[in-house]
Design a protein around this ligand. Structure first.
Ligand code: SIN
Ligand code: NI
Length: 265
């Protein structure tokens, strides 16, 4: 790390960042990783992608496979990426933004291959998750390579996190969410290119999309998803919870879902 490299921590996180997140439902947090960490985590992500790509949830799914390769819970498979998912800064910043104790829901590596030419279309994340009584969910989207608009960065619709009653939306359909909420068509959209080591945080109900990758290099993003520490299981089907034999209504207190304060510090 260069001595003047600006690194964001939970302690020096500007109050304006927290205000902006709470007002809009997303925020850009530059420099959560040092340049040394970026080099280490990027190498581990490339390596894990080679080893685990056959496990991609989108494999063989046509249009969705074109959008991205998705490998869930890499922190359970790779020691280095475990340190990234449980990174103390990322967890502590997430708790400052949410203002409540959190636990990890899951991580995933989302890779847009070179020239995938396919956007991740507008959707909210939270409708896909088997939760009830949760006060907050949010994701840290960490860039492990530079992600200009042309490589597949995120775009958000400010304020859209107030729409909490929608069914899951099809992220291969560019009109699904906007058909459900035609008023969102007239809202401004904010596109946030990221340098490697930067991240965005977005609320689980914030509408977002990601641009296609038109470049010669893969877009490597590592996403860590956090839930309210007191979240209860709704029994909605989900690939992470289906095998666990959980009882409907129980708190999601399980080794797969570590508390931020406990595992991170
Ligand atoms: C993407 O990175 O392509 C989409 C990420 C998300 O939907 O959260
Ligand atoms: Ni999403």
């Amino acid at each position: 790390m260069g001595i003047l490299e600006p690194i964001t921590s939970a302690e020096n996180l500007p109050e304006g960042t927290i205000r902006s997140y709470r007002e809009h439902g997303f925020v850009h947090v530059p420099g959560v990783l040092s340049s040394e960490e970026v080099v280490e985590f990027r190498a581990a992500a490339r390596d894990a992608l080679q080893r685990l790509q056959d496990r991609s949830l989108t494999k063989g799914r046509g249009r969705v496979e074109q959008i991205f390769t998705q490998i869930v819970n890499v922190w359970r498979e790779d020691e280095t990426l475990r340190r990234l998912t449980l990174h103390p800064t990322i967890g502590a910043v997430a708790e400052r933004l949410a203002g409540i104790p959190l636990r990890i829901w899951h991580d995933h590596m989302l890779v847009k291959l070179p020239h995938n030419n396919a956007a991740t279309e507008y959707h909210q994340d939270r409708p896909f998750w088997p939760f009830r009584d949760d006060r907050h969910t949010l994701s840290a989207w960490v860039a492990l390579v530079d992600v200009p608009v042309e490589r597949g960065c995120m775009t958000f619709i400010p304020g859209s996190f107030t729409r909490t009653d929608l069914r899951p939306q099809n992220l291969a359909d560019d009109h699904d969410l906007l058909n459900l909420c035609p008023d969102l068509i007239w809202e401004p959209r904010v596109t946030i290119p990221l340098k490697a080591g930067d991240c965005t945080f977005h609320h689980g109900f914030c509408a977002h999309m990601a641009t296609p990758n038109f470049t010669d290099d893969p877009r490597l993003a590592h996403i860590v998803i956090f839930m309210d520490a007191e979240t209860r299981y709704s029994a909605q089907r989900h690939i992470v919870t289906d095998p666990l034999g959980l009882a409907e209504g129980q708190v999601l207190d399980h080794e797969l879902f570590p508390l931020v304060g406990k595992e991170h510090r």
